[in-house]
Design a protein around this ligand. Structure first.
Ligand SMILES: Nc1ncnc2c1ncn2[C@@H]1O[C@H](COP(=O)(O)OP(=O)(O)OP(=O)(O)O)[C@@H](O)[C@H]1O
Length: 238
């Protein structure tokens, strides 16, 4: 399988703090890769680099054959940040219209895609409400919808299901699997163990280091543990 992302010797310092240590990682085209690790482990810093929003202090990230940051590649990525970047004084539909314009979708495409992504995240009935009236989970779903608008090949989702109830979380994971079936590649950061199990492969990150990488099953077998949580601990992810 071909790689869509190659991180090669990626390190990152913020002032004297080193938050990423020599990360080597290949993300395979068409997979759902989970990045699991505790708060502050460096997950967001790494995926921001993949999305072209941060640069490494040393090493490099090659995405779709281009060294990041590349504007051309960034247009083919759907990135959902950890903090929702939405306009609360606008409605959901107006927000999506704004992002669709940024992605330069034609008027016709815009109308079609906005309806489609609203359906995917199950917000059709709330499309004309102000985002200021939205719950945290609704805002997450709208952010996901915005990341899907331009039908990107690669989705980079930073804790996409935070604040979302289990029923809807299940639906959203179904959406991820549907997108995968359609050939998309998805990177998801999480610290929820049961989500980690739903990924094709899992990278475990602690203190800026990739301490393990493999299918959830392989990680369980290697550590002779019965849960991802125990496996994480066995790899030294205290
Ligand atoms: N722009 C920045 N300037 C300084 N320090 C930063 C910056 N961005 C991140 N950090 C630090 O880098 C470390 C890793 O942060 P990061 O957000 O990547 O972790 P994370 O694994 O995504 O955690 P969380 O799940 O809480 O977001 C933290 O100690 C954080 O304070």
């Amino acid at each position: 399988m071909t790689s869509i992302i190659s991180a090669r010797g990626v390190s990152k310092h913020f002032a004297s703090q080193q938050v990423l240590h020599d990360i080597d990682l290949e993300v395979r085209s068409g997979e759902i890769l989970g990045l699991l690790g505790p708060s502050g482990a460096g997950k967001s810093t790494l995926v921001k680099q993949f999305a072209g929003l941060e640069v490494p202090s040393s090493g490099q990230n090659v995405v779709m054959g281009h060294k990041m940051p590349s504007l051309h590649v960034m247009q083919q990525i759907g990135y959902m940040a950890q903090a929702d970047a939405l306009y609360s004084e606008l409605t959901a539909k107006e927000n999506l219209d704004f992002f669709a314009a940024l992605y330069k979708l034609s008027k016709k495409q815009r109308r079609r895609r906005i309806a489609e992504v609203l359906a995917i995240v199950n917000l059709q009935e709330h499309a004309n409400k102000l985002v200021s009236s939205y719950s945290g989970g609704m805002k997450r779903r709208l952010s996901l919808a915005a990341a899907l608008l331009h039908e990107p090949e690669l989705l980079i989702l930073d804790e996409p299901t935070v604040g979302i109830d289990p029923v809807l979380r299940k639906q959203i994971w179904q959406t991820f699997h549907d997108l995968k079936q359609a050939g998309k590649t998805i990177i998801v950061t999480t610290h929820v163990m049961d989500e980690a199990e739903k990924c094709d492969r899992l990278g475990m990150i602690r203190d800026g280091k990739l301490i393990a990488l493999g299918t959830p099953n392989a990680l369980l077998q290697q550590t002779e543990t019965a849960s991802i949580e125990e496996a994480f601990l066995a790899y030294g992810g205290a």
